[in-house]
Design a protein. Structure first.
Length: 276
């Protein structure tokens, strides 16, 4: 999208798609299996046979792929053309010429586009809506394509007050240009590495075990998640109760909630849309 390119050039947006392109280099069957397990656990199912699945902000395409492998018909879209390309690459590798997996470029802020997609049994948007620059509008639009009785699975960054404000400025500096990017990386990546190592030593943990455990968390990658976190701009946050109240007023019932303990990270929500 042309608007996306302008926002990148103006330092208003992180290039998520380029980071996902690098992530695909380390994607393997083990990571895909972990993504499938994550979906099954959070949605409380063994498979998605006969279900329709909308992936809002498909990113690397990993969870669209996981949903398709679990049997769902899948529609994926992303605002970032590089993310769309990543998703298309995974489809080409695992489900070439499959009519049950559609991939498009689109924006969750485009209400008419969301309406045009129809309704889905599962709408998934993990770690996406808070990066749109208009989070509450994105949250509003995300529930439009959820069918009555269907599920909305989202994750939103936790509101840490002044800490969140500081992180927003760090992300803004990262996206300001090459100098800002490497200044942030040079400070925080060593901090993440040695901070985690220090915790392992204090708790007498094996750092290799921490790496393995992390890889089992949705099949993701430490390094690519660090870059995603440092550069992830726009950046908005919300308290769990704010998200709960917002969707309750729109006829959605909270089925599952996983909080990050009031700290850094995302709170995860699974809502069920009431039958009208």
């Amino acid at each position: 999208m042309y608007g996306h390119s302008i926002e990148i050039s103006q330092g208003k947006r992180f290039e998520f798609g380029k980071n996902w392109t690098l992530f695909l280099r380390v994607l393997n069957d083990e990571r895909i299996d972990e993504a499938e397990k994550s979906l099954k656990q959070k949605l409380g199912v063994e498979d998605l046979q006969g279900k329709s699945f909308l992936d809002i902000g498909s990113g690397s395409g990993l969870f669209s792929l996981a949903a398709r492998r679990l049997g769902a018909t899948v529609q994926s879209f992303d605002y970032d053309s590089n993310s769309v390309a990543c998703t298309q690459k995974l489809k080409q590798c695992y489900f070439p010429d499959d009519p049950s997996w559609i991939i498009e470029e689109g924006s969750v802020l485009d209400k008419e586009y969301l309406k045009s997609l129809g309704q889905f049994d599962i709408v998934y948007s993990w770690g996406v809506l808070h990066h749109t620059g208009a989070m509450w509008q994105a949250l509003e639009n995300a529930q439009i394509p959820v069918s009555p009785g269907g599920k909305l699975f989202i994750s939103i960054y936790n509101d840490q007050g002044s800490k969140s404000v500081r992180w927003r400025w760090i992300k803004k500096i990262y996206c300001s240009g090459t100098l800002g990017k490497y200044a942030v990386i040079s400070i925080f990546v060593p901090y993440f590495i040695f901070g985690g190592l220090a915790i392992d030593i204090l708790k007498r943990k094996n750092p290799i075990r921490r790496y393995i455990d992390y890889k089992k968390n949705r099949g993701m990658s430490h390094v690519h998640d660090w870059i995603d976190w440092l550069g992830g701009y726009p950046f908005e946050v919300a308290k769990p109760e704010e998200i709960f109240d917002f969707y309750r007023e729109r006829g959605c019932i909270l089925e599952k909630l996983k909080c990050c303990g009031g700290g850094l990270g995302c709170n995860e929500f699974v809502f069920v849309k009431r039958n009208v």
